[in-house]
Ligand binder design. Structure first.
Ligand code: ASP
Length: 452
């Protein structure tokens, strides 16, 4: 069974990390398809190569001197190449590609930025293929163009994969050699490079596993597993051995950042099992993310997380439930301001609309509230700026009759006011709205109830 393995930026940050990666590749012959990020941080205050490339692009756009940034970028690759005594001749193409980026033609500055960024992964995959061959491991660099990864062109720095990619991958043939593929970008129909959103190398792994029909996607990062709660809130939280796709989606939504949440979708569609593993401790089993069908939950809940980037609009109006068209009016106002909402729980006389705070600014909020006041004439309108959502997720939740009270009781025992509870739509999660200041305590109380 062929496996696809993907390594994140911290796994490829320097020569020592490269060595660990190569040991992992060597250890299992079935690890044939290798997807790479750009070199990430070597230490806490370090700068990822992707961010250096963004600086490089901006300096070019603003016609500033970029020599130091460029040397810094090339130096990151050169250090790795030196670990393996790669000759200057062999390394020369990487230097010249980085040097020549400003001379290429781009449709506009957004495309220029995307192409510069993409070269972090592109040159890393090139270098890895050089190093593997140098170590007598037959390997071939494969550009996303050869694979037929075609992406949308609305936003070249946050592109979406297009359907024909899967057809193209279906026709892609390969032999026994290792394929080394850069993550994070594809090509538009016009042949320009465009990247996924930040962290998007995971998406490439998922797309290729789906398109090449590979049942196992090992995603190597710098943690030994996905944990049932954020280790910054809970000391040594329980590791999750196995979870379902939709549990991962719901937890990722509310702050679990180990696996890019968008990235899971192509894997779900292809029924690909994902194994999140640690490059620094590769023998640990990690966390398996699997289809729902065969999954037997061990606990009533799998994880609890909190996310603080929300704000909420609270409306109160007598007989709100009888008034026809009120939500339509609201939605039309949101559309006018080009705002999407996250949730809209409602009662008889009350309605709360929860937004992603990051997409709103003070001026927009002010005029939005004014317009809603005039159009809907609520008895009460409050804007809550420090809203947090606690997400409790578990496939086992449906079978346990007392789960709801086991979740709510520990929060109320701590006197934490609950602003909203939403269970309805998804049977495997309960969403609780609190104030930001109470979010961590709420997570601790729920975690202790189920795991301690
Ligand atoms: N190198 C890109 C980033 O830093 C993509 C990735 O690492 O997944 O966002």
């Amino acid at each position: 069974m062929t496996k696809l393995i993907k390594f994140g930026g911290s796994s490829l940050a320097n020569g020592d990390q490269y060595k660990k990666v190569i040991n992992i590749i060597k250890k299992d012959k079935t690890r044939q398809i290798i997807v790479l990020s750009a070199p990430g941080k070597r230490f806490d205050d370090d700068i990822k190569v992707t961010d250096l490339l963004i600086q490089y692009a901006k300096a070019v756009i603003n016609k500033q001197d970029y020599k130091d940034i460029l040397n810094n970028i090339i130096g990151r690759y050169k250090d790795i190449a030196d670990t393996y005594d790669i000759s200057d001749d062999e390394f020369a193409p990487i230097v010249s590609i980085f040097n020549n980026l400003p001379k290429q033609k781009y449709p506009n500055n957004e495309y220029l930025l995307a192409a510069f960024k993409a070269h972090g992964e592109r040159m890393n995959a090139k270098l890895m293929s050089i190093v593997l061959n140098h170590l007598n491991i037959k390997a071939k660099f494969v550009d996303p163009k050869e694979l037929g990864i075609v992406v949308s062109k609305d936003d070249p720095n946050a592109a979406d994969v297009l359907k024909e990619t899967y057809e193209n991958l279906g026709h892609f043939g390969y032999g026994n050699e290792k394929l080394v593929i850069p993550g994070f970008f594809g090509y538009t129909k016009d042949g320009n490079m465009a990247t996924f959103a930040r962290g998007g190398s995971d998406i490439t792994g998922s797309i290729i596993a789906n398109g090449l029909n590979i049942p196992m996607y090992e995603n190597f990062t710098d943690v030994s597993s996905i944990y049932s709660a954020n280790p910054k809130i809970i000391n040594h939280p329980a590791p999750i051995k196995k979870m379902t796709y939709r549990e991962m989606r719901e937890l990722a939504y509310a702050g679990f950042s180990v696996f890019n949440d968008e990235a899971i979708i192509p894997a779900i569609k292809g029924n690909v099992t994902i194994n999140v593993k640690n490059t620094n401790m590769p023998d640990e089993p990690g966390t398996l993310i699997v289809p729902e069908g065969s999954f037997q939950p061990e606990h009533p809940i799998t994880g609890v997380s909190s996310s603080k980037h929300f704000s909420a609009l609270y409306l109160h109006k007598y007989l709100l439930n009888k008034e026809v068209g009120i939500t339509l009016k609201l939605l039309q106002i949101f559309q006018k301001y080009n705002i999407s909402y996250e949730h809209m729980p409602s009662g008889i006389d009350d309605l709360t609309v929860i937004f992603n705070k990051e997409s709103l600014d003070k001026i927009t909020i002010k005029s939005l509230c004014k317009e809603i006041q005039e159009s809907i004439k609520p008895d009460k309108l409050n804007w809550i700026d420090d809203y947090a959502i606690i997400m409790v997720v578990g496939e086992g939740m449906r079978d346990a009759a007392t789960t709801i009270s086991d979740i709510i009781d520990p929060i109320t025992n701590e006197n934490i006011p609950i602003h909203m509870i939403n269970q309805g739509a998804s049977q495997i999660s309960i969403m609780i709205g609190t104030r930001e200041a109470n979010a961590n305590q709420a997570v601790k109380s729920i975690y202790n109830e189920f795991f301690e």
